[in-house]
Ligand binder design. Sequence first.
Ligand SMILES: Cc1cc2nc3c(=O)[nH]c(=O)nc-3n(C[C@H](O)[C@H](O)[C@H](O)COP(=O)(O)OP(=O)(O)OC[C@H]3O[C@@H](n4cnc5c(N)ncnc54)[C@H](O)[C@@H]3O)c2cc1C
Length: 467
Amino acid sequence: MIDTTYDLIVIGAGAVGENIADRAVQGGLTALLIESELVGGECSYWACMPSKALLRSGIALRAAQAVGGTREAVTGELDVAATFARRNSFTSNWDDAGQVKWVESAGIAFVRGHARLTGEREVTVDGTVYSARHAVAVCTGSAAMLPDIPGLSEVTPWTSREATSAKVAPKRLAIIGGGVVGVEMATAYQSFGTTVTIISRADLLSNQEPFAGELVTAALEKFGATVLRGVETLSAHRDDTGVTLTLDNGTTVVADEVLVSIGRVPNTHDLGLENVGLTPGDWLDVDDTMRVSGFDWLYACGDVNHRALLTHQGKYQARAAGDVIAARALGTGVHDNRFGKHSATADHEMVPQVTFSDPEVASVGLTARAAEKAGYDVRVVDYNLGGVAGAALQADGYQGQARMIVDEKRAVIIGATFVGQDVSELLHAATIAIVGEVPIDRLWHAVPAYPTMSEIWLRLLETYGRP
Ligand SMILES: Cc1cc2nc3c(=O)[nH]c(=O)nc-3n(C[C@H](O)[C@H](O)[C@H](O)COP(=O)(O)OP(=O)(O)OC[C@H]3O[C@@H](n4cnc5c(N)ncnc54)[C@H](O)[C@@H]3O)c2cc1C
């Protein structure tokens, strides 16, 4: 029989929940992990892994076709069935046995079921009450937001879950929403031969530097997608011809499936938040040690705290929180200063993110607009990535753009964005420069190897001018 009292109870065994439980156990605590669906969560089965697997084959084919010599050798079409089969292997065919085995091997107790908070340090699963000696961590993630468009629910729209787990590609796909999920799924399904229409209220990737959305839009259109910007969907209707979406510009879009990707809502509606004085359906507001405002025992990590809806940031929060829960429980000292090990400081202005479109968009830190809004003394430095020898070698006619944002007061970089093929691997150097607050004059001594795409760093510094 499983114990019902643990030092830490973690609700939700996504990537984030797994990590916080692991850190707490490594720190000397006992931990119970509770999961209602699959251990590994959204990222493993309906988000990062399947989406990137669906994208990779088409992008690799295009990359091969962009290099003289390989272009002549690689003349076939994408094998869509093989691409879906490869995606299936990355999701372990939606079987979490391997991850459950890992949880048990890490010394974490595991219960499958829907958990609800039923009191202070108390969690109930299927009638069994569990108590936490020190802390409860909510790591329940987020779900797709569905807009209130007349007729939409009747046409059974896809969310990111259906888009990433589909068994076949539809002939025509309409995508409502031009953020990361919409753009990535447009790129993937376009590579499968699907006719894609994106319906976006704003420009694509509107939270990024404007040139990111412009270059991605141009590429999607070049390969046959229709990108409608500044439009809203008024209604949806399905009949024998497919789904008809009526837009506020008086036109219609007809498709076989509709993907809705307009944002996320927190998985907090059926969590018993009302039993501890919180509001069901709300995001959970936390401090930098991931403790929920107003509580000394309740923590929230990952998407559910709305700080940065990305697996790597959630896991970063989980490392800090797992460690600080153990430190508080054992009285070994809390290090919650700016770059202390118990503080998820980078969440605020140092978050890296890649949109795996073609071209890729890799960014970290602040955009020019966000930096100005935050009151920094901003200098924007732009360079055409296609002008870098390493990029020209990477692909014939390489097109891309780079931008670095400098805080002039301190002469340090506070933001960087790269758009182009394979730029995701340029990102971590920028993240290190930003988190390390490396002075620009020191960066001159970080010499990029020739001829690599990293020479963009030298070009950006030359454009900035040597201090
Ligand atoms: C299509 C798509 C692609 C993405 N691609 C990337 C990417 O490439 N890189 C990246 O960094 N991020 C990506 N993300 C974001 C990433 O998936 C999330 O940031 C990440 O999954 C959040 O992890 P989490 O552990 O907080 O939540 P989740 O992964 O959602 O895990 C939460 C878990 O809690 C469980 N749960 C919920 N309520 C309860 C309850 N009451 N009781 C028990 N269990 C419960 C759920 O079943 C779930 O397993 C993508 C998102 C989407 C939608």
